[in-house]
Design a protein around this ligand. Structure first.
Ligand code: CA2
Length: 148
């Protein structure tokens, strides 16, 4: 059996996690989050691997989806502000067909109107929204349970 591999993608400004705006995004750094997901995946039965990438650039995220998405079991994706308008990311995800769970640390529905709509959500398997950085862990838990 091939080892399961989960692609964890993060979009613009999420490299700043843990350095600013802790009231909205918490105190954990992106590296803390990725390390936690790696430990969670390694402890799963059977164990799984994590490939984690962050970019501030839409095209780089499209490239990452095209390069790593087809070989991944599922994608855990926080597209950041691009969630609200990037048809290119949506098309890239639709093009590869790998199941994707969308994560938002903050409750986008309780914030500015322009954050209420995600162009990704309709093609995602589901969303975890507003549960802080625990959202990544919950998304991986779902993927480990549901995707072989
Ligand atoms: O709640 C989320 O996870 C968001 O995807 C975060 C995006 C925002 O544009 C989305 O509407 C919702 C922004 C990420 C910015 O991350 C920062 C982290 C620390 C300090 C500054 C920005």
């Amino acid at each position: 059996m091939t080892e399961r591999r989960f692609l964890v993608l993060n979009g613009p400004n999420l490299n700043l996690l843990g350095t600013r705006e802790p009231g909205i995004y918490g105190a954990a750094t992106l590296q803390d989050i990725v390390s936690g997901l790696e430990a969670q995946a390694a402890a799963a039965d059977p164990p799984a691997a994590i490939v984690a990438l962050q970019s501030n650039h839409e095209g780089e995220l499209v490239d990452a989806i095209q390069m790593h998405g087809p070989g991944s079991t599922a994608i855990i994706f926080n597209p950041g502000a691009l969630s609200h308008y990037s048809i290119a990311l949506r098309d890239a995800l639709t093009g590869i067909g790998t199941p994707t769970v969308e994560v938002h640390i903050s409750n986008i529905h309780a914030r500015e109107d322009f954050r209420h709509h995600s162009v990704i959500s309709a093609i995602a398997r589901g969303q975890v929204v507003g549960l802080g950085v625990d959202g990544y862990r919950l998304a991986l838990d779902f993927c480990l349970k549901n995707y072989e």
